[in-house]
Design a protein around this ligand. Structure first.
Ligand SMILES: Cc1cc2nc3c(=O)[nH]c(=O)nc-3n(C[C@H](O)[C@H](O)[C@H](O)COP(=O)(O)OP(=O)(O)OC[C@H]3O[C@@H](n4cnc5c(N)ncnc54)[C@H](O)[C@@H]3O)c2cc1C
Length: 452
């Protein structure tokens, strides 16, 4: 093996996950030759783009579908993003503060929020409970209509007013690359317009081939290719017990700020995706965005040509997958949720149907206030666990143990980017016999008393 033309680590995919790993390797390890191969001409053009996702730092305080256990985990990684941004002074350029809350409407949802507040307050001491009068002060549109009339239903909120809530994950990815490149003592190469087509291990070295025929060699590979990670894993014969369902999410937007901060609703526990929410969009000068919706699409990337065949290959359609679909569809509530989400895409009718859902947040919202947000919304590659015949929620990783890792990163993958990268940095250092400067890492990125 010629050591000179072999990288120690190649990262496939320059979304926020790959960029975060690139940064951590260059800053906190003695790995000295790293390459990142990205399909497009810049980083974070797909799901990590600000227009593709909800821009939320999911730290577990207002996400009513998270258990306390899951909340503890995401809190640790969410705080890493916050500490990173504060370390470099990115507040108000990459990371933003707004009020945030989850609201309950009607007796049972209000009771749910009040109980959750009691349970979660110890983990998030800053959490506050808002009655109708307080809500009117913080987010008047939740309570008062355009005629000054109050909302009839019982409503309660649980949230915070002085926390960082929002990140432009595209800009965050750019900063990871920029800061990694500042370490000029090591070799950090980035190859744009380089779509990886094939990865083979020959004599302990991975040969990573791009569609233009170039071959890059490395001792270790991490595939952070979003919805494409499983596609590449399957190509190498890994993760065959998984299939993938590309779940797109669309948004509707207003042309002015209607909400001052993030308003989430109580999640229906039966539904596999986050409930609709409304919040200021950092790319739209604070105008309000509502969404995301959830609809299966037969491709891995939105608003780009191709990837239909890749979808069919990663779906791995067989009787197990059919059983997962059957189980989802036989439940009336899930069935009507799926169909309703398709309806939201249809001009004229979709907007009116969506309005009804958005009015749960803002009762005075009118059809003329909202418009379909064109070219907004990415794809969550939801993993199908074929062995257990279940749709998996959240992220998944395949560590083959022989030097290649594949990361599948639906929500909240952007929030977890630094935490996921830490996990991979530790695996890389162990595999290559390299050092991870954990003290420096913890000091810079981990919130005190949260180093579990
Ligand atoms: C509607 C929606 C709302 C969301 N809201 C939130 C939120 O509020 N907060 C949150 O934390 N998360 C959210 N997420 C999830 C979040 O967007 C993703 O978890 C995150 O962006 C994943 O980042 P990634 O780098 O792993 O993947 P991606 O951003 O998809 O990046 C993958 C990269 O790999 C490249 N690539 C693909 N194939 C190849 C190849 N063969 N060769 C080379 N390069 C390749 C792509 O070009 C791309 O740059 C949301 C997702 C959606 C769809």
């Amino acid at each position: 093996m010629n050591e000179n033309d072999t990288y120690e680590v190649i990262i496939v995919g320059g979304g926020v996950s790959g960029a975060a790993l690139f940064y951590e390797l260059s800053y906190y390890t003695d790995v000295s030759k790293i390459a990142l191969l990205e399909k497009y001409a810049e980083v974070a053009t797909l799901n990590s783009n600000a227009r593709a996702n909800s821009q939320t730092i999911h730290c577990g305080d207002i996400e009513t579908n998270y258990t306390l256990e899951k909340a503890k985990k995401v809190k640790r990684t969410a705080k890493m993003v916050e500490k990173y941004c504060l370390q470099y002074g990115y507040q108000d350029s990459v990371m933003f503060k707004h009020q945030k809350m989850a609201i309950g409407i009607g007796y049972s949802e209000c009771r749910f929020i009040k109980n959750r507040y009691k349970e979660f307050k110890s983990l998030y001491p800053y959490l506050e409970l808002y009655d109708k009068a307080k809500l009117e002060e913080i987010e008047p549109k939740l309570v008062i209509d355009e005629h000054g009339n109050g909302r009839n239903e019982e409503i309660v909120g649980m949230g915070a007013q002085d926390e960082y809530t929002t990140v432009n994950f595209k800009l965050l990815s750019d900063t990871f690359i920029e800061n990694a490149k500042k370490n000029t003592e090591i070799q950090t190469d980035i190859f744009y317009n380089s779509q990886v087509d094939d990865i083979k291990k020959i004599d302990d070295v991975f040969h990573v081939t791009t569609t233009d025929g170039k071959v890059y060699k490395s001792k270790m590979v991490v595939v952070d290719a979003g919805a494409h990670s499983l596609f590449l894993a399957h190509k190498m014969g890994h993760g065959l017990n998984y299939g993938q369902l590309p779940m797109a999410g669309s948004f509707y937007k207003t042309d002015r700020a209607i909400l001052k901060g993030k308003v989430y609703m109580v999640q229906n526990p039966k539904l596999p995706f986050a409930a609709l929410h409304g919040d200021p969009d950092v790319t739209l000068d604070g105008a309000t965005r509502f969404g995301p919706t959830a609809l299966v699409i037969p491709k891995l990337e939105r608003f780009k040509p191709g990837t239909y065949i890749d979808f069919f290959k990663t779906l791995k359609l067989d009787t197990n997958v059919v059983k997962i679909f059957y189980d989802l569809f036989k439940d009336g509530e899930i069935r009507s949720y799926i169909l309703r989400n398709y309806l939201f895409e249809i001009p004229y009718f979709g907007k009116r149907a969506f309005l009804r859902d958005a009015q749960k947040i803002i009762p005075s919202l009118k059809v003329s206030d909202i418009q379909y947000a064109k070219n907004f919304g990415g794809v969550r590659g939801q993993i199908l666990d074929k062995e257990n015949q279940k749709l998996m929620l959240g992220e998944a990783t395949i560590n083959t143990g022989d030097g290649i890792i594949f990361n599948m990163t639906p929500s909240p993958g952007a929030t977890s980017c630094l935490g996921n990268a830490q996990r991979d940095v530790e695996l890389i250092c162990e595999f290559l016999g390299k050092k991870f400067d954990e003290d420096a890492f913890n000091k810079d990125l981990v919130e005190e008393n949260n180093n579990e």
